[in-house]
Each structure stands twice: as C-alpha cells, then as structure tokens.
Design a protein around this ligand. Structure first.
Ligand SMILES: [Zn+2]
Length: 299
C-alpha cells in the first residue's frame, strides 16, 4: 500500500536564538506555531521548532536531539487534531516532567470533522477533522491569545508584555485582512491535499477538488482522469501542491488540460511573526488577483 504516511521524513530542531536563563524555553511543533509564539514572546522566549516547513507535517520522524532539547523546555506547543502524532512522542522521549504540553487546536473550531465512525476507507490522516487550521488568519489571532495566556501563567512577571504583544499581532492581522480578502475572495483552485479549507472558508474561495482522493491517499489514474474532465468542464485556473507532494499528478493535469500549476507551501517559511503574516501575501500572489496596493512596478 502506497500511503503517503510511509514517506517518513526527518524532523530537525533548529533554534532561533540562544537561550538565556530568564527566557521562557518554548518548543513549537511547526513553524506557524513558532511564528505565533515569536509574535507573543519576542525576546522574552527562547524558541525551537521540531518540523521543517518543507516536510509533510503529518509524517515527521523524531530525532533524539529533538527530545534532548525538549528536555530543557518549559512549554511545548502542539498542533493537535492528529496532525502531529509525533508530538506526544517528542514529549515522552524528553522525560521532562515539568513540561507544559499545549494542544493549540483547543481554541479553534475544527472543520471537516468526520461524521460517524472513522475507518481506513476515509483516508489516512484527518481522523479528528481538518488539522490545517493555521491557514485562517483569524485562527492566528485565537492562537496568539492562547499562547499569551500560557506564557503569562509560566512567566507572570512578563504577562503584560505577552498580552500586549498578542494584541498587537491581532491588530496587524486585522489591518492586513482586507488586503488579503480583496485578492483571495471568490478565487477557485484545485489542491493536492486537504490543506486549504480554513483559508477557503475565511475568504469565500472555492476548492474545486483534491489530487488526493482522500487525505494521505495518492491518486489513481481514474481519479486523475476525472479531475482532468472536471478542469476542462469548469475551467479551474490553477492547481497547487506543497514542496513535499509528488509533482507528477500536477504535471499530468497540466499536460492534459493546460491548467496552471504551482508550489504553494502550507507552512510559513520562518519561525518568526512576520513570516506568518507574509505567508498570506505569498498565498495571495499564487491564488489571488492583483494586489490592490500594487503601483505598477514590475516585481
Ligand atoms: Zn492534512
């Protein structure tokens, strides 16, 4: 069986700064959670990330070095909703009894929760609903306030700063939201994996279909033929995939139908606040219309 889950990839920890004694030590499962932690904690925290952004977050192989770093951490930020099934493994392996484990999905409203009993016929990787919730900027706001509350509990002396930083991050998202909305609203696209539903719901976009017939399951020839027909019938303008997805299904559809294809990462590039924000600009560059603030200069 050719489950994408079998494509286990290596997770590595990369530090953003060097820890000082009075900094809160934070380990985040993914770049996006780390970026939000950075927005809230700034230089009051020391931040480490487990998963590289160019790897499939469903399939990270945990290294001993990851556990060693987590053994000294104060708090671990997990994505939850069964995305990072490897996070509990990191925490167990760290043998850090004082570590505060935060499942960040508790503050968001999950989409695509399976009705009834979950079994293998429903795909591999979204048994508790869609876990790619960081792709709605409104969820970014909820996450920032969650993280601020957690940091404040662990480091009460800096609680004012954490809450103020979360408030500023919210203000910045609200400032940029109309710009993203103007470019993304109503756009139509085909996705590889069920990654983009939160973005699509926020900006009233239409996801015309998925390359994977079910999350984590590679497409059959028949599924691709059906997509090819759909593209021709309905003029879907673009199909996108992450770096770590197999490029050949999109190449096939491009050959068959002329559809535009692009790599659109579902994780932000760097574990810093601005990267979380500018990721939505990059998304709009790929999926959206012209930037309303564009002044005609060539890019
Ligand atoms: Zn997924």
């Amino acid at each position: 069986m050719k489950f994408l889950m079998s494509l286990l990839v290596a997770g590595v920890l990369f530090g953003v700064g060097s820890a000082s004694a009075d900094q809160l030590r934070v380990v985040a499962a993914t770049n996006d959670l780390a970026a939000i932690a950075d927005a809230v904690g700034k230089d009051l925290i020391d931040l480490e990330v487990v998963a590289r952004p160019d790897r499939d977050p469903h399939a990270i192989e945990v290294r001993p070095s990851t556990m060693r770093k987590t053994s000294k951490a104060d708090i671990y930020l997990a994505v939850g909703l069964s995305l990072d099934m490897w996070s509990p493994e990191v925490v167990r392996g760290s043998r850090n009894r004082d570590l505060v484990f935060v499942d960040c999905s508790v503050v968001i409203s999950p989409l695509e929760i399976p009705a009834g009993k979950v079994d293998a016929s429903m795909g591999d990787v979204h048994p508790e609903g869609n876990p790619h919730y960081w792709l709605d900027p409104e969820n970014g706001i909820l996450l920032a306030h969650l993280v601020a509350g957690q940091f404040a509990t662990l480091d009460p002396g800096n609680s004012d700063a954490f809450f103020m930083n979360a408030g500023e991050f919210e203000k910045e998202i609200r400032r940029r939201m109309p710009l993203w909305d103007a470019r993304l609203r109503g756009q139509v696209f085909l996705e590889f994996h069920q990654s983009w539903v939160y973005l699509a719901q926020r900006f009233d976009m239409k996801i015309a279909g998925q390359i994977e017939p079910l999350p984590g399951i590679p497409p059959s020839a028949r599924h691709l033929a059906r997509l090819s027909e759909l593209i021709q019938e309905t003029n879907i303008p673009i199909a996108v995939r992450d770096h770590f997805h197999n490029e050949s299904p999109l190449e096939f559809l491009e050959r068959e139908t002329g559809i535009k294809t692009a790599v659109l990462p579902s994780a932000c590039k760097e574990p810093i606040a601005e990267s979380y924000l500018s990721h939505f600009d990059e998304v709009a560059d790929v999926l959206g219309g012209e930037s309303p603030s564009a002044n005609g200069d060539s890019k």
